[in-house]
Every structure is written in C-alpha cells, then in structure tokens.
Design a protein. Structure first.
Length: 236
C-alpha cells in the first residue's frame, strides 16, 4: 500500500451541488484512518489540472456552471493524461456528463464533452428528483448504493462504458435501461449525491484501493448509521 495520496478536486466551488465536495472529505477521512498521508489539490478555474494526482474528484453543478467547467476542461489535457495512465476518477452528475462525448444544453444544442466516457446525455422533459437505490452490479462486492438525484439528463452508454449499478428505486441514467452511472477504465460516473461517498463507504474504499492498493478494514459506526437512516427514509 502506498501511504501517500494526492487528491485533485476539480473546481470545488463551480461543481459542488448537494455537498458533493464532501466526497473529498470522506476520502481524506477514510485514507487518514488507515495511516495514509493525504494532500488535496483544489483545482480552481484557470489553474492547470495536475496530470500526476493519485485520485480525481469532480462534482455536480447547475447548467451554467457545467458549461463553464466544460469549456475550461476541454482546453486542459491534465485529466485525460491522468485517465490514460489509469488514475481513478469519481465524476458525479454534471461531472459525469462533462466527461462524456456530449450533453445537450437548455436550448437542446450539443455541448462537446471530454470524450473520456463513452456516453451521451440528452435532456429529459421532466427532472429526475429523489432517492435512488441501486444494485452495484459493476463493482464486485460493493453493497447496494443509495443516494439522491436531481438532474435533467437522460444518459445513454456506448459499448465502451458499462453501468455502475442497476436501479431498484429512482431514475438513474434515465435512458432505455434502468441503470445508474458509468464505468470505463478507472473512471466511475454516477448521478448520486449524498454525498455519494458519505452514504456508500464501500465506493470510497474502492476508489482508495485503486489509488493506493489494498486497504485495512475500517469500522465507521457513524457512516453505517447515516447510511442505515437513509435507507430507512428512502424505503418509508
Ligand atoms: N445540470 C445537469 C442536469 O440538470 C447536472 C445537474 C447536477 O449536477 N446536479 O442534468
């Protein structure tokens, strides 16, 4: 196990709906609890995206912020260099849409994304809002995922991407198949907020393990209680 971890947090203020920035805090907490030293690089608009970080996190955002982030990232090769080297990336909601081939804006024009995920996002007529429960079919041994979604995207996966999960409750990607999120190489895309890693510690540990190697088990009663409460609420 590598005992040093650098996390690049891409545009923490621009892309941070529903507390998505908390994903970075969860990663830090779970890494530090295993004795890993963590450095966080907040990549601000105008900063180059470092190509050498160990783990990348990009959150969700409103349409205008999503457009701005897309323009900035298209001019920067740091993230794609990291992806081609196999660095793990968590991309939430707008973050996932940006990493795709294209998404449509408010006037139904296509906005070209980074092309790192084989997916395309059109606009749903109705927003998908509410709790999501999904069976994490894409990652071995991951417990059922739970989170909150609020988006207008209908995201279809191409053949190079596979779903993160099968939707049991809620909308998820909202295209033909009842699936949620996307996996391609070392990228994990999801529509889940929560923050998703606070509600799904297993997913946080999966990302950390890809970044630093096998982790010691960790018992976090508070995280488990938080997660159990959310399941109870979603099922009520
Ligand atoms: N603006 C995008 C949409 O509505 C993403 C929303 C989000 O990241 N919460 O689909």
């Amino acid at each position: 196990m590598n005992n040093q971890l650098t996390i690049a947090h891409i545009f923490p203020a621009l892309l941070s709906t529903y507390g998505d920035a908390g994903n970075v805090s969860v990663l830090r907490h779970r890494a530090e609890s295993r004795g890993i030293r963590v450095a966080i690089v907040d990549v601000l608009p105008g900063d180059p995206v470092p190509a050498t970080a160990d783990l990348y996190v990009i959150g969700g955002g409103e349409d205008a912020q999503e457009m701005r982030a897309t323009e900035l990232l298209r001019e920067d090769s740091g993230l794609s260099m990291a992806v081609h080297r196999g660095a793990p990336v968590l991309a939430v909601c707008a973050g996932m849409q940006i990493l795709g081939e294209w998404f449509t804006d408010g006037s139904d024009s296509r906005v070209i994304g980074l092309g790192l995920l084989d997916l395309r996002t059109e606009r749903r007529s109705v927003r998908a809002v509410g709790d999501v429960i999904a069976d994490a079919t894409g990652v071995p041994d991951l417990p059922t995922l739970i989170g909150f979604e609020n988006h207008r995207g209908a995201t279809s996966l191409g053949s190079d991407a596979r779903p993160l999960a099968r939707v049991l409750h809620g909308i998820g990607n909202g295209a033909a198949e009842p699936v949620e999120g996307a996996l391609q190489g070392s990228i994990i895309g999801t529509y889940l907020h929560g923050p998703v890693l606070a509600l799904n510690s297993g997913l946080a540990d999966h990302l950390l393990a890809v970044a630093v190697g096998q982790l010691a088990p960790m018992n976090d009663m508070l995280a488990e209680e938080f997660r159990a409460n959310r399941f109870q609420r979603a099922r009520a």
